[in-house]
Design a protein around this ligand. Structure first.
Ligand code: ATR
Length: 284
């Protein structure tokens, strides 16, 4: 039997990391493309991040993804950070270049937007006002992606007003900051609403929002994928809205990572979605 000259390696660094669904996703693509390689969870403590990233090259890794709590700290370690990651303020993906230097990028906003386009063909960011709830890292990626797609007005609401104001100050006047207390009314006339808060995630209370002012034609999205349908999405669906959960964002952010690591753009197929959904459901 012929042996490939190289075993392809990538992984995800996080702390904790064992809950990550990324290995299932990437190992599906290795199999699908009939490649000898693997994608591993790498449990890296924050104080070990620099050494771990520098070890990627000597170990022969093509690169890695980063998850909580490393996305910001990695910016100070890698050799180059691309424009998108700089604007979002976080790195989700590291690529080891041939000379061993490390390039950081952020594929979260790509994942969010391309999943929307796959799941909701015909979706347009400029179809009407968009309400974004939350102002953490996830929100920054979502807002950046929506603005790139030509969103005209993003109503941004966050429990801590100053964080939302910070995003508006950086991203410009198409972001309109409203106080958290106005979240119910802010839905009036919206074409889309996105939850980027942690509310509704497994172990967290549901997002506290009334949807009576949300037009039935509006699209409701959540970046959470555990559970697959948050109480917020369930309520929107029951009122007749179309919904998009957070799983597809995870699936799609893997595509540019693969392009950069292995020169292949893998597909997000129905089979892959079903596999990932089954894995999430088996935990709940
Ligand atoms: P991430 O980087 O994953 O977005 P994060 O930076 O911790 O995570 O952000 C979590 C988001 O959920 C924030 O917008 C947070 O609001 P604050 O900025 O006020 O902390 C929001 N959030 C967390 N708990 C919340 C709660 N009980 N009610 C409303 N929003 C909440």
């Amino acid at each position: 039997m012929a042996h490939p000259d190289r075993f392809l390696l990538a992984g995800v660094m996080g702390w904790p990391v064992m809950h990550s669904r990324s290995p299932l996703l990437h190992n599906y693509w290795f199999k699908r493309h009939d490649l000898a390689g693997t994608y591993v969870p790498l449990a890296i403590r924050p104080e070990g991040l620099a050494a771990a990233l520098r070890a990627l090259h000597p170990l022969g890794f093509a690169g890695c993804n980063l998850t909580i709590p490393h996305k910001q700290q990695a910016m100070t370690i890698v050799d180059e950070v691309d424009t998108v990651a700089k604007r979002i303020g976080a790195i989700s993906c590291v690529v080891v270049r041939p000379d061993g230097s490390l390039a950081g990028s952020n594929n979260d906003c790509y994942g969010f937007i391309h999943n929307l386009k796959q799941e909701q063909p015909g979706w347009r960011a400029d179809a009407g006002p968009i309400v974004v709830l939350g102002a953490g890292g996830g929100s920054r990626a979502v807002c950046y992606g929506l603005l790139q797609e030509d969103a005209k007005e993003i109503r941004l609401l966050n429990r801590t007003l100053a964080r939302a104001k910070g995003i508006a100050a950086e991203f410009g006047s198409r972001i309109v900051v409203l106080p958290w207390e106005e979240r119910h009314d802010a839905l009036e006339g919206a074409a889309m609403v996105v939850n980027t808060t942690s509310q509704g995630m497994v172990g967290q209370p549901a997002l506290d929002i009334r949807l009576d002012k949300l037009p039935k034609t509006a699209l409701a999205a959540d970046i959470i994928y555990t559970p697959l349908e948050t109480p917020f999405l369930a309520a929107a669906r029951q009122r007749g809205s179309r919904t998009v959960n957070g799983l597809g964002m995870l699936l799609h952010q893997g595509r540019p990572a693969w392009k950069a690591w292995f020169g292949i753009e893998p597909e997000v197929t129905a089979e892959l979605r079903a596999l990932m959904e089954k894995s999430v459901l088996s935990d709940s």
